[in-house]
Design a protein around this ligand. Structure first.
Ligand code: NAP
Length: 491
C-alpha cells in the first residue's frame, strides 16, 4: 500500500492506494517496448520539444507541486523551488544539447584502397538508443533525481522510452508529476509508451521491473543496499543489461594547513552548514573530514564543532530514513575508537535529528571498515592525520566516492601532486574550493566515481554526458549512401 505522509509530523495525507501489480508492470513495459522504435527514430527537434514541454508543465504547476513536495519531504519551499528550477534547467539543457547534434554525433573513417592493415573499408561509428529504460527515483531529490529528473531527461533525450518507478517517500508528488508527463506525451502525439510510471512500497515492484525482458537498461539513484541488490538482478537476467547505479558516498574533505591559516573560522562554519543542508540528506554530503593533528587543527575542529552544535537540521524525509540514520549514529556512539564532539540525544518520535560529530585517529579509522560507510543524514567523522601521506592513506581506505574536496592545495608541491593523484583515483569529482553538496549541470560535470559511488564509474548521472549511457555505439561498414547521408540519425 502507498500512503502520502507529512514528513514533519508523520500524519497521513488523504487515502492510501495500492501499488502497481505485476500485470500493471508488464503492461507498462509492453507499452514502452511498443513505443521504442518510433521514439528511437524521432528527430532531435521532436525530442527537444518534448523536453521543453515537460519543463514548461512543471513550471506551470510549480505552486501545487512544490507545496506537495514540501509536505511529503519536509525539505522547505526555497530548497524545493530551487530544485524545480534545476530540473527544468536540466530538461531544457538536454533539449539544447540534442538540437546541437550530440546524440547523433558520428565518427567517419574513409575507405583506404590498399592491403590491410593500412587498407580498410569505410567505417562510420554511430550510436543507437538502447531501448526502454527502467528509472528508479531517489527519496532525497523529489524533483531533480525523481520522476522528471536527470535520468529521465537524459534517456528521453537519447530517444529511449522510460518506465519510472516513483519513490514511496513522496508518492503523491510522483503520481502528480507522472500524470503531467503523460499529458504532455499525449499532447505531442507521441505513443503513451514513451513515458510510463509504476509505483510501490515493496521491493517487488522494482525487482519485477528490472527483470522485465524488454527493459534494456536501468538508471538507479539510491542506497548502496538497494543499488547492489538490483545490480545483481540486472546482471543475472538471461540477457544481462547495463545497470547505471549512483549509490551513496562518504565524500571525504581534506583540510590542509594552508586553508586553516587562511580562513579556518569561515571554513568551519561553511562545513557545518554543508553537513546539515537538507538535514544531511545529500549523496554528496561531506561525511569524513580529514584535519591535521596539530594546534591549528585543534582550533579548526573546535570552531567546526561549535558551528555544528549551533545548527539545527529540519525533519528527515521519512520515518524509515530517520530510523536508519539513528541506527548509524548509534553504531558510531558505540564504537570505542570514537571521541564524540557533537552528541545530543533527542526523542526520535517527536524531534528533528541533532547533528552528530566524532573524532577518530587515522590509524583507527583505516583499521575499522564500518567507519567508512555512509551514515545518510547530518553526521560526520573528523579523522586526525599527522601528515599529508596519512591523509592519502585515509582516502585510500575510504575507496570509491562521488567527491573528494581538498581545501588548501593552491601551492604546487610533491605532496599536493600525491594528494590530487589519490583524490582523482577514488572520486568522480575533486573540488578545490567550496563544498560538494551542490552539483552543477554542465557538459564537464562528472557525478559518479569508482564503486561503491557508482556501479558504472565511466559514466555520469548528472550533466550532459549522462546521455551517453543510453546510446550504444554501432560501426556501419561500407554502408549504402542513403544510410551515410542520415549522418548518424537512426532509421
Ligand atoms: P533506496 O532506499 O535505495 O531507494 C531507492 C529506490 O530503490 C526506491 O524506489 C526503492 O524502492 C528501491 N529499492 C531499494 N532497495 C531495493 C531492493 N532491494 N530491491 C528493489 N528495489 C529496491 O534509497 P533512497 O532512500 O532513495 O536514497 C537514499 C540513498 O540514496 C542515500 O544512500 C544517498 O546517498 C543515495 N543517493 C545517491 C545519489 C547519487 O547521485 N549518487 C543521489 C541521491 C541519493 P522501495 O522504497 O519501494 O523499496
Amino acid at each position: 500500500m502507498l500512503q502520502s505522509i507529512e514528513a514533519r509530523t508523520g500524519a497521513a495525507i488523504g487515502e492510501h492506494w495500492a501499488e502497481s501489480t505485476p500485470a500493471d508492470i508488464s503492461a507498462a513495459v509492453r507499452a514502452s517496448s511498443a513505443a521504442a522504435d518510433a521514439f528511437a527514430t524521432s528527430s532531435a527537434a521532436q525530442r527537444a520539444e518534448l523536453l521543453r514541454a515537460l519543463a514548461a508543465v512543471l513550471e506551470a504547476d510549480r505552486e501545487a507541486l512544490v507545496a506537495l513536495a514540501d509536505r511529503e519531504s519536509g525539505l522547505d519551499l526555497p530548497r524545493l523551488n530551487g530544485e524545480l528550477d534545476l530540473t527544468t534547467f536540466q530538461l531544457r539543457g538536454f533539449a539544447d544539447v540534442i538540437e546541437r547534434g550530440d546524440a547523433h554525433a558520428f565518427i567517419d573513417d574513409a575507405a583506404v584502397a590498399s592491403a590491410p592493415p593500412a587498407g580498410r573499408p569505410h567505417l562510420m561509428r554511430v550510436r543507437v538508443p538502447v531501448g526502454p529504460v527502467a528509472m528508479f527515483s531517489a527519496s532525497n531529490f523529489p524533483f531533480a533525481f525523481s520522476v522528471l529528473g536527470g535520468d529521465t531527461a537524459s534517456a528521453l533525450a537519447a530517444g529511449c522510452p522510460v518506465v519510472v518507478k516513483g519513490h514511496p517517500a513522496h508518492p503523491g508528488l510522483s503520481r502528480c508529476t507522472a500524470a503531467l508527463a503523460q499529458k504532455v506525451v499525449a499532447a505531442q502525439d507521441l505513443q503513451p509508451g514513451v513515458f510510463q510510471f509504476v509505483e510501490g512500497d515493496s521491493v517487488d515492484v522494482g525487482v519485477a521491473l528490472v527483470q522485465a525482458p524488454a527493459i534494456a537498461a536501468v538508471a538507479f539513484t539510491g542506497s548502496f543496499k538497494g543499488g547492489t541488490a538490483l545490480a545483481k538482478i540486472a546482471s543475472e537476467r538471461p540477457r544481462p543489461i547495463p545497470f547505471y547505479g549512483e549509490l551513496g558516498s562518504v565524500n571525504p574533505l581534506v583540510v590542509l594547513p594552508a586553508a586553516i591559516a587562511k580562513n579556518g573560522a569561515e571554513l568551519a562554519r561553511t562545513l557545518a552548514a554543508s553537513i546539515c543542508l537538507g538535514a544531511g540528506q545529500f549523496c554528496t554530503s561531506p561525511g569524513v573530514i580529514v584535519v591535521p593533528k596539530d594546534a591549528a587543527g585543534d582550533g579548526f575542529v573546535d570552531a567546526f564543532s561549535k558551528a555544528l552544535q549551533a545548527t539545527q537540521p529540519h525533519a528527515m524525509l521519512s520515518a524509515g530514513i530517520r530510523a536508519t540514520f539513528d541506527r548509524g549514529v548509534a553504531q558510531w556512539r558505540a564504537a570505542p575508537q570514537l571521541k564524540p564532539l557533537v552528541n545530543d540525544v533527542v526523542d526520535a518520535t517527536v524531534q528533528a535529528p541533532r547533528p552528530f560529530l566524532a573524532e577518530v585517529s587515522a590509524a583507527d579509522f583505516i583499521a575499522n571498515h564500518a567507519l567508512h560507510e555512509e551514515v545518510f543524514g547530518p553526521a560526520a567523522l573528523v579523522v586526525r592525520v599527522a601528515s599529508s601521506d596519512e591523509a592519502i592513506d585515509v582516502l585510500k581506505a575510504v575507496g570509491g566516492s562521488l567527491t573528494v574536496t581538498l581545501w588548501g592545495a593552491e601551492a604546487e608541491s610533491d605532496a599536493t601532486h600525491r594528494l590530487v593523484r589519490a583524490a582523482t583515483q577514488i572520486a568522480g569529482r575533486v573540488l578545490f574550493a567550496g563544498v560538494p553538496t551542490g552539483v552543477a549541470v554542465t557538459a564537464a560535470q562528472h557525478h559518479g566515481g569508482p564503486f561503491p559511488a557508482s556501479t558504472q564509474p565511466f559514466t555520469t548521472s548528472v550533466g550532459y554526458a549522462a546521455l551517453d549511457r543510453f546510446l550504444r555505439p554501432v560501426a556501419l561498414q561500407d554502408a549504402p549512401s542513403w544510410l551515410i547521408e542520415r549522418k548518424g540519425v537512426p532509421c
